[in-house]
Ligand binder design. Structure first.
Ligand SMILES: NC(=O)c1ccc[n+]([C@@H]2O[C@H](COP(=O)([O-])OP(=O)(O)OC[C@H]3O[C@@H](n4cnc5c(N)ncnc54)[C@H](O)[C@@H]3O)[C@@H](O)[C@H]2O)c1
Length: 288
């Protein structure tokens, strides 16, 4: 009511009329939008395998929502380019070369990230490979170890070296990217299935272990998502994309952004009561 009165008096006195109510509304709207937009404001987040696919989309979305993003990957050119893209758009980001299967590298990168940003709120353990697509009796030890080294040991190393910095920061959120293949079987990719099943249970164990330290640990289980990983997998298989689409009751496979939004939720404080859970984002694949 008092706003209205002010408005009328200004209108009466001035020809170049600016409605103060509109200004207040605009300012409020701006603040409101700002708040809604920045769901991970000032969170320091490491994303492994951040240069391509789901990792890349996650880095972009987290940066858009105010996070300081440490992009890590074995692909230096793509990772550096992404950091540049984010910083140019007004975000905060830096790239580190990191092979998650090498503990010394992992240890060094997490310590550098902590030094650079002064805290650590979250690690998105996303780096992963599909590995060989052979029946179990044909898989060699080397092929098995390669998948386990990245998909399982990589998650272990990153959690191990993130946790002390999260403790120093007063808590945190570990987001482990598993798969629908960590929940149900299919007649392909045996080492991959085993690795993603392991990630699911590692997440629950760590969730219980570190709840007292205010560190939440959750796994994400994407259905098929059109990324370089899946594209490569289907290269020599005609009709592959259509066949994949048909496996998802929703009628199609997913996009990297579908998973990135789930990760954003788990990184943000919106998920403060969520730990040890499995976030399934799969177009209904596992509902059958
Ligand atoms: N795309 C899917 O359909 C799908 C489904 C379920 C789960 N996932 C999981 O999501 C995660 C991301 O998959 P994506 O589809 O985006 O894959 P992608 O191949 O498109 O990207 C993976 C990224 O990880 C990086 N990487 C590979 N080995 C690495 C290592 N040793 N150290 C560090 N980085 C390494 C790659 O360089 C790449 O940038 C993986 O863990 C994958 O298993 C993917």
């Amino acid at each position: 009511m008092s706003f209205r009165l002010t408005t009328y008096s200004i209108k009466f006195e001035s020809k170049s009329f600016i409605n103060p109510v509109d200004i207040i509304k605009k300012e409020y709207q701006f603040k409101l939008n700002n708040k809604i937009m920045k769901r991970a404001e000032n969170k320091v987040v490491v994303v492994t395998g951040g240069a391509l696919g789901i990792g890349r989309e996650t880095c972009l979305l987290l940066a858009k929502h105010g996070a300081k993003v440490a992009i890590t990957d074995v692909l230096d050119k793509e990772g550096e380019a992404l950091a540049k893209e984010i910083n140019k758009a007004g975000g905060v980001s830096k790239f580190w070369h990191l092979d998650v299967s090498k503990e010394k590298e992992v240890e060094k990168v997490y310590s550098e990230v902590y030094k650079e940003f002064g805290r650590l709120d979250s690690t998105v353990n996303n780096a992963g490979i599909a590995g060989v697509d052979k029946p179990s009796h044909e898989v060699t030890e080397k092929e098995w170890d390669l998948v386990m080294g990245i998909n399982v040991k990589g998650v272990f190393f990153c959690s191990k070296h993130a946790i002390p910095y999260m403790k120093k920061s007063g808590g945190g959120s570990i987001v482990n990217i598993s798969s629908i293949y960590g929940l149900v079987g299919a007649a392909d990719l045996p080492p991959y299935h085993a690795s993603k099943g392991a990630v699911r249970l590692m997440s629950k164990t760590d969730a219980l272990q570190y709840a007292k330290d205010k560190i939440r640990v959750n796994s994400v289980h994407p259905g098929f998502i059109w990324t370089p990983l899946v594209e490569d997998f289907g290269k020599e298989k005609p009709g592959f994309r259509k066949q994949l689409d048909s496996l998802h009751p929703i009628g199609h496979i997913g996009e990297a952004i579908d998973i990135a939004y789930g990760i954003l939720y788990l990184v943000s404080d919106e998920s403060k009561f969520t730990t040890g859970s499995e976030l399934v984002i799969d177009g209904g694949y596992t509902a059958i």
